[in-house]
Design a protein around this ligand. Sequence first.
Ligand SMILES: [Zn+2]
Length: 51
Amino acid sequence: MADQPGTQAPQTGIYWCSVCKLPVKFKAGETLPTCKNLCGRGKWEFVRAEK
Ligand SMILES: [Zn+2]
């Protein structure tokens, strides 16, 4: 499952960009940014939960 930039993270944990696989931690409810590598089509794929 992948989440679009601009939507809220469904849970706290590690996500990575579907294009460049850059891993980033987001908290639940946090608005997902665009990938800092400017991958235009990049979505955030949930990798694993983390506190
Ligand atoms: Zn990216």
